[in-house]
Ligand binder design. Structure first.
Ligand code: ADP
Ligand code: ZN
Length: 222
């Protein structure tokens, strides 16, 4: 099974991916997390990625595609993978189709998360993440039990460097220009499942996860 997560920054791709990963027992692979790991370790890739991420721009396609290509060879993702944040451009989507074809695999479904634009910025500036186990919190919607401490592993929570209002604007523009066309790309292939994540209708990550699992079952997705 190959599941793709689509959505603007702040819609909760990471949260839903994590829940799906637990329920379906297949790994979640976040290109954003991989880049952040490289940035922390100050590798060559990390330095390059940081120069784009800090401006709210996408890391170039060739670099990102190469990264995913290598990751797809790993043993642990042969039965299934949740791609959290990849592809993000039509070029990446086409490259992914090609890679999967060569492995006799294909995209199973795309989960497209949508959130009203005015809620997104609020979600992003209030986001806190656990650098150790990657759990995601929101100070307003989903605060940790102990202030600034991860419920799962006890590590101190951090704010992502790009989770500020200014960088967010750039990220949102990038999303509309480069990533949103993928909604149509996958819809045309009948591979799109869209879900609203919004406090205004009380639909949070866990509700959406349930809807996705129901959809997978009903449509015999594999
Ligand atoms: P979010 O969806 O909240 O923006 P991510 O962790 O998915 O967070 O991504 C953080 C940043 O990493 C993006 O703004 C982008 O600069 C970079 N990035 C992640 N995935 C990709 C990708 N597939 N292609 C290019 N850049 C990416
Ligand atoms: Zn943790």
């Amino acid at each position: 099974m190959v599941i793709i997560m689509l959505g603007a920054p702040g819609t909760g791709k990471g949260t839903v991916s994590g829940m799906l990963s637990n329920k379906l027992n297949i790994p979640q692979v976040s290109t954003g997390d991989i880049f952040r790991k490289h940035i922390k370790e100050q590798t060559e890739l990390g330095k390059l990625a940081e120069s784009y991420i800090s401006k709210g721009k996408l890391v170039p396609d060739d670099v990102t595609v190469e990264l995913v290509k290598n990751r797809l060879q790993d043993e642990d993702v042969q039965d299934g993978i949740i791609l959290d944040g990849f592809p993000r451009t039509i070029k990446q989507a086409e490259a992914l189709d090609e890679m999967l074809k060569n492995m006799d695999r294909k995209v199973s479904m795309t989960v497209n998360l949508t959130t009203p634009e005015d809620e997104l910025v609020e979600r992003v500036v209030n986001r806190r993440i656990c650098p150790k186990c990657k759990a995601v919190y929101n100070l307003v919607l989903n605060p940790p039990e102990k202030e600034n401490i991860c419920n799962n592993c006890g590590h101190e929570l951090v704010t992502r460097k790009d989770d500020n209002e200014e960088t967010f604007k750039g990220r949102l523009n990038t999303y509309f220009e480069e990533t949103k066309p993928l909604v149509n790309y996958y819809d045309k292939q009948n591979k799109l499942f869209s879900a609203v994540v919004s406090k205004s209708i009380n639909k949070m990550g866990k509700d959406v996860t349930k809807d996705v699992l129901d959809y997978i079952k009903k449509n015999h997705i594999d």
